[in-house]
Design a protein around this ligand. Structure first.
Ligand SMILES: C[S@@+](CC[C@H](N)C(=O)[O-])C[C@H]1O[C@@H](n2cnc3c(N)ncnc32)[C@H](O)[C@@H]1O
Length: 217
């Protein structure tokens, strides 16, 4: 990294700062020491750094090209100053609409606040790609605001949905039941739905073996 580059302030998300602790607490229930985790849409990298400060998991951050250089900078700077971050890997490029994903198998795929930002046509790609890189019984952990069966779950989520759609009709708060149905089509079974602060949720899916997802006679 050029010296002048390291002096430029890193992008910082207030929301991420607020929710990183509850997210860490929830993830710690699902991840085990040594697990290999792919994070999709790492953004500023604040979750990646925070998780690696507290859990001994091999964390692979990723994002689209547009966010990659700042994400790499945060991971590099934090890694240099914090020896606990040895298990935080250099971020890689990943756009879920592109076929090239990092090599699995991963024990878990984690993604926070991405499903409502990426266009709707990218959401099935997120689920399919996750299923492809997860080991059998591996977990997809999706954090964010979600509707339920076509209904808003809070006035703040309804307002947020409206705001997103006014910016871009392809964005919007996704429906947990719709996601569960799409996920089932790619061999991901919804196994838990954890309530999180501020009307957010952590949706948990498990990759089932092909024979488990086939209908029984
Ligand atoms: C609101 S930010 C969330 C960032 C971070 N995960 C967090 O919780 O603070 C949405 C993220 O989704 C990513 N994203 C949007 N479309 C994507 C796509 N097609 N593939 C991968 N990531 C995508 C963006 O680049 C951005 O990092």
């Amino acid at each position: 990294m050029a010296p002048e580059e390291s002096n430029v302030a890193l992008p910082f998300s207030e929301a991420c700062e607020r929710n990183k602790e509850p997210i860490l607490a929830a993830l710690s229930q699902w991840l085990a020491e040594g697990n290999r985790v792919l994070e999709v849409g790492s953004g500023t990298g604040q979750h990646a750094v925070h998780v690696c400060r507290h859990l001994r998991v091999v964390w692979q951050p990723s994002d689209r090209t547009i966010n990659l250089s700042d994400l790499r900078r945060r991971c590099q700077i934090e890694g240099q100053t914090n020896s606990h971050l040895g298990w935080l890997l250099p971020p890689v490029e990943l756009d879920v609409l592109q076929p090239l994903w990092p090599d699995g198998p991963f024990d878990a795929v984690f993604s926070a606040n991405t499903a409502h930002i990426m266009p709707w046509n990218a959401v099935p790609r997120l689920l399919e790609g996750s299923a492809r890189v997860l080991r059998c019984s591996g977990l997809l952990l999706l954090y964010g605001p979600f509707h339920e069966g076509g209904h808003h779950t809070s006035p703040s989520n309804a307002a947020f949905d409206q705001h997103l759609r006014s910016l871009d009709p392809a964005m919007g708060v996704r429906d947990a039941l719709e996601l569960a149905a799409l996920a089932a089509d790619c061999g991901l079974q919804a196994i838990d739905d954890v309530s999180m602060p501020a009307n957010n949720r952590l949706l948990v899916f498990r990759r089932v073996a092909a024979e488990e997802s086939e209908p029984q006679p």
